[in-house]
Design a protein around this ligand. Structure first.
Ligand SMILES: Cc1cc2nc3c(=O)[nH]c(=O)nc-3n(C[C@H](O)[C@H](O)[C@H](O)COP(=O)(O)OP(=O)(O)OC[C@H]3O[C@@H](n4cnc5c(N)ncnc54)[C@H](O)[C@@H]3O)c2cc1C
Length: 417
């Protein structure tokens, strides 16, 4: 049995704590916020997406991003600023946007996603866990011929990798979810996808983790480390040192800051996104959706309806940009006419920072420069979906076991020269 110190109380930190405890270790989780904190893992769109086998860094992303940059309401924006890290991240992102990278990454993302969904299924039957888990699939809605054509190509690529995907006409979509009016041309249906309430899952997981004997220290911020040669001896926090055998950094978008102090460099940018939750929607879809042209996810959540999207690369800035929020409110009604912009008047915008690696793949594994430092971050738009498998794989590796899935491609040192 080892003493494991986990930094960060988002989905990655809590799932890692769960699986490390299940493996018999003594576990302490350090979270700088209070139990009522906000973090990216709480207000996201709640999609569990085996279908997301194409990483964010893919052919066509650079030109699409460049076109969207100039519209203040568009779902993508990079805030121009003088930053060596942003420049370096941008170069690495552009290099990763090629078909070979997608070919290499897609089978791994598929395996991780399927395994993680199975772990959600295990959580769903634990006592006290009821987090609105619905396994009915997700529909990628399209309004234009060009987009439907692209989605149909994605469906074919997905099927080639064993991921069921079906191209549907607008009428077929309406028959699948008759309770909602839609103004669309067609869709691709991914029946393996699912959805849940992330805040409820996190609250219940926190209780289960505490019941299992993990020590959770709230309002405990890691500010530095005490080293003993090439090993960490303790995490230095605002309330004293916490010693351990193994240390896992799961600090989301703040992870690079934390491990830079150990001489480890992790290329990562925060990708800010927003969500708007309509508590009493006039129509409640039964499935989850992605409005593909608008890049908006729409999820029914315990009777409410959440609209989430945008990707703003603007540093660790948590302020709300009203133009982007307006962009979400304005695009909803183009697909679901029962949700015109007025629907969203007075609804507070939630925002969160997705931890984005330049190649769109998470960082999972040990950072070689420090013997007992483990990293779990960089999941970008898939952190909820991949939370359980990330926690399980880290727990397996730090216990000295072979991980159930080979995660060599996710090595946190992959950009080290
Ligand atoms: C609008 C939006 C929609 C999304 N929709 C989906 C979706 O549908 N499906 C999906 O799979 N993913 C989705 N995501 C992505 C997903 O939410 C993230 O990938 C995921 O939550 C990241 O989890 P995390 O644990 O790495 O980070 P976080 O949730 O950010 O947690 C990190 C934690 O570390 C703590 N921390 C940081 N530094 C320190 C320190 N020094 N000491 C102590 N604690 C520290 C922070 O306080 C925080 O609580 C969405 C994201 C957004 C913004």
């Amino acid at each position: 049995m080892k003493k494991i110190v986990i930094v960060g109380g988002g989905i990655i930190g809590f799932c890692t704590a769960w699986y490390c405890r299940q493996a018999g270790h003594e576990v302490v989780l350090l979270e700088r916020g209070s139990p009522q904190r906000d973090c990216c893992s709480l207000g996201n769109a709640g999609l569990i997406v085996p279908s997301h086998i194409v990483p964010l860094a893919a052919p066509g992303m650079v030109s699409m991003g460049f076109k969207m940059m100039w519209n203040p309401e568009s779902p993508f924006y990079i805030k121009p600023r003088i930053s060596a890290e942003l420049f370096d991240w941008g170069i690495k992102f552009v290099r990763a946007c090629n078909p070979e990278h997608v070919k290499r990454a897609a089978p791994l993302l598929r395996d991780l996603n399927f395994a993680s969904k199975r772990l959600f299924e295990e959580f769903a039957v634990l006592p006290g866990m009821d987090f609105g888990f619905v396994k009915k699939g997700c529909l990628n809605l399209c309004k234009t011929e060009a987009r439907l054509h692209e989605e149909a190509e994605l469906a074919e690529f997905s099927r080639g990798l064993g991921m069921p995907a079906e191209v549907l006409s607008a009428d077929e979509v309406r028959r699948l979810d008759p309770g909602v009016d839609m103004n669309i041309l067609g869709a691709v249906f991914f029946p393996e996808d699912a959805h849940l309430s992330p805040s409820r899952f996190m609250a219940q997981l926190t209780d289960r983790v505490a019941d299992a004997g993990v020590e959770i220290r709230w309002q405990t911020e890691v500010i530095d480390w005490t080293r003993d040669g090439d090993r960490i001896h303790a995490a230095r926090t605002n309330s004293g040192e916490v010693a351990g055998d193994e240390f896992v950094v799961a600090g989301g978008s703040w992870s690079p800051r934390l491990i830079r102090k150990l001489g480890v460099r992790l290329p990562l940018q925060a990708g800010k996104g927003y969500s708007l939750t309509v508590e009493k929607p006039v129509q409640l879809p039964q499935l989850s959706y992605i409005f593909t042209e608008a890049r908006l996810a729409v999820t029914p959540m315990l009777g409410a309806l959440r609209f989430g999207g945008t990707m703003e690369i603007a540093g660790l800035d948590l302020s709300v940009n009203p133009a982007r929020v307006r962009g979400i409110a304005n695009s909803a009604g183009h697909y679901f006419p029962a949700f015109p912009p007025e629907t969203f008047a007075g609804i507070p915008a939630w925002r969160g920072l997705r931890p984005c690696s330049p190649d769109g793949l998470p960082y999972i594994g040990r950072a070689k420069a420090v013997q007992n430092l483990w990293v779990g971050t960089g999941h970008a738009m898939m952190g909820l979906s991949l939370g359980p498998i990330t926690g399980q794989v880290i727990a397996q590796m730090l216990s000295g076991d072979r991980p159930t899935i080979d995660v060599t491609l996710l090595d946190p040192d992959r950009y080290e020269v």
